[in-house]
Design a protein around this ligand. Structure first.
Ligand code: CO
Length: 455
């Protein structure tokens, strides 16, 4: 009996995709026990942008959220998203930071760590996979899905086999831009399932309107787990909705065993939060519709809207078409990186510069140079010699794993925040987001001095 399993994303990706990650711990708390009763395989509830936003906008300690959810959710696994050597930030951290972050995540309640690298460079996933195993967690390795002439199913299968060999206990096809269509999903899932022994999960977004049908074909092809979001925060740029998919498979060999009554109870709880977000403008109805630009241009929706605002600022919106045509060429020149943070921004800005300056690579920003030099990792195919010369001039490309160039960071950081540090977790908060952490620690200290002055 190949029962289908469901990972619920409402506590992480769903609100990250629709309302800029603004759901607070207080808003989650009353419904946690209900979510725990539904019969989900896992609740994705931490990592990604949740950590940063908790500190920056919600004035919350992200570790407290994790501990609270763990105390209420006793039966369902807790899952987080981790950007390999970048953890939850935007640069590479040294191995001692990665190891300690993973240790404390698991110690505070994380069961499954979903680990990915924007370039699919497995060297950037190795330290976190190893640490996760060492501390008793379930390391899930990701394939960042993208389309290009070199991203064949053979390449993805090779990647899956490599990730399994590194010690991952499951694999996720992470289709962050909603590019995967039903029949390609069917073939890709079949091919990967034939090559690996560990469970396979599919993560997609409903952005281009394909999400649910893609899941249907992936399930028929044998995918073990799919990611969905309860309907009040489902569809659009979020995941396909949980309830209709659970209903789809009811009574079939894939029956999830999840109770629609319990799901409905949870959905009823979240609906007023959605209404509130629509009213305040935090939830823009535009992101709830279908947008097939990603399919047409292979460019994620967020990148297109960035592009429009950049061109408007430059008074060059008439160059929009030219830039759209330039993006695939720049991407090819850089060895076909998947268009996800940070490569999407780097490629987008470079394409704008190439068009506006009327000459390709006349100006190459530092981030683009770093990408070309291998500072983010290895692209799917090496950059051509003559292009590399144009991009980095006489600078030396690196061939080692980027984090091999970093010194250990923890000891120094510990000295820097000695006066504020109250627990081991504070150190990691500081290393990841120094400025936000310090502000948060200062406020915390104030609150402790004047407990009646709660904010
Ligand atoms: Co996602």
């Amino acid at each position: 009996m190949s029962k289908l399993k469901i990972t619920e994303t409402i506590l992480r990706d769903a609100h990250q995709s629709l309302i800029a990650t603004r759901m607070s711990t207080d808003e989650m708390e009353p419904i946690l026990e209900t979510l725990d009763q539904a019969g989900y395989h896992a609740l994705e509830m931490w990592g990604g942008a949740t950590f940063d936003t908790s500190l920056r906008f919600l004035n919350e300690d992200p570790w407290e959220r994790l501990r609270l959810i763990k105390s209420k959710v006793k039966n369902t696994k807790l899952q987080m998203l981790l950007r390999g050597q970048n953890l939850l930030g935007y640069k590479n951290y040294s191995d001692d930071v990665v190891d300690e972050f993973v240790r404390l995540s698991i110690k505070n309640g994380i069961d499954i760590i979903r680990i990915f690298d924007a370039l699919n460079d497995t060297r950037n996933m190795e330290t976190s996979i190893k640490a996760c195993k060492k501390y008793g967690g379930h390391p899930q390795g990701c394939i960042a899905y993208t389309r290009s002439p070199v991203h064949t199913n053979e390449l993805f299968v090779k990647l899956a086999v490599e990730i399994e060999a590194m010690g991952a206990e499951s694999i996720c096809i992470k289709d962050m831009a909603g590019l995967l269509d039903p029949y390609n999903a069917y073939n890709l899932v079949k091919d990967i399932k034939n090559a690996i022994k560990i469970p396979l999960e599919l993560h997609t977004h409903a952005t281009s309107g394909l999400g649910s049908t893609t899941y249907l074909k992936a399930v028929e092809a044998g995918v073990d787990i799919i990611d969905t979001a309860l309907s009040p925060f489902g569809e659009g740029t979020s995941q396909p909705s949980t309830e209709p998919l659970v209903a789809t498979f009811q009574g079939t060999e894939y029956d999830t065993g999840i109770s629609l009554e319990v799901l409905n109870k949870a959905a009823n709880y979240f609906r007023p939060l959605r209404d509130k977000a629509l009213e305040s403008g935090l939830l823009d109805p535009k992101v709830l519709g279908v947008d097939i630009n990603a399919l047409l241009y292979q460019v994620p929706g967020g990148m297109l809207s960035n592009l429009v605002s950049q061109l408007k600022v430059q008074n060059a919106i008439d160059k929009y078409e030219d830039v759209l045509n330039e993006i695939p060429k720049v991407r090819e020149d850089f060895g076909y990186p998947p268009l996800v943070t940070p490569s999407s921004q780097i490629i987008g800005i470079q394409a704008v510069l190439n068009v506006l300056l009327g000459e390709r690579y006349k100006m190459v920003p530092k981030e683009a140079k770093d990408l070309a030099r291998g500072m983010y990792g290895r692209p799917a195919v090496p950059i051509k010699e003559e292009i590399l010369k144009k991009l980095i001039g006489d600078d030396e490309p690196i061939s080692v794993r980027p984090a091999d160039l970093l010194e250990p960071e923890l000891k120094k950081a510990k000295m820097e925040i000695a006066t504020y540090m109250k627990k081991d977790e504070d150190l990691l908060t500081y290393v990841l987001f120094p400025q936000q952490a310090l502000e948060y620690f200062k406020k915390r200290k104030e609150r402790e001095k004047n407990p009646e002055n709660q904010i």
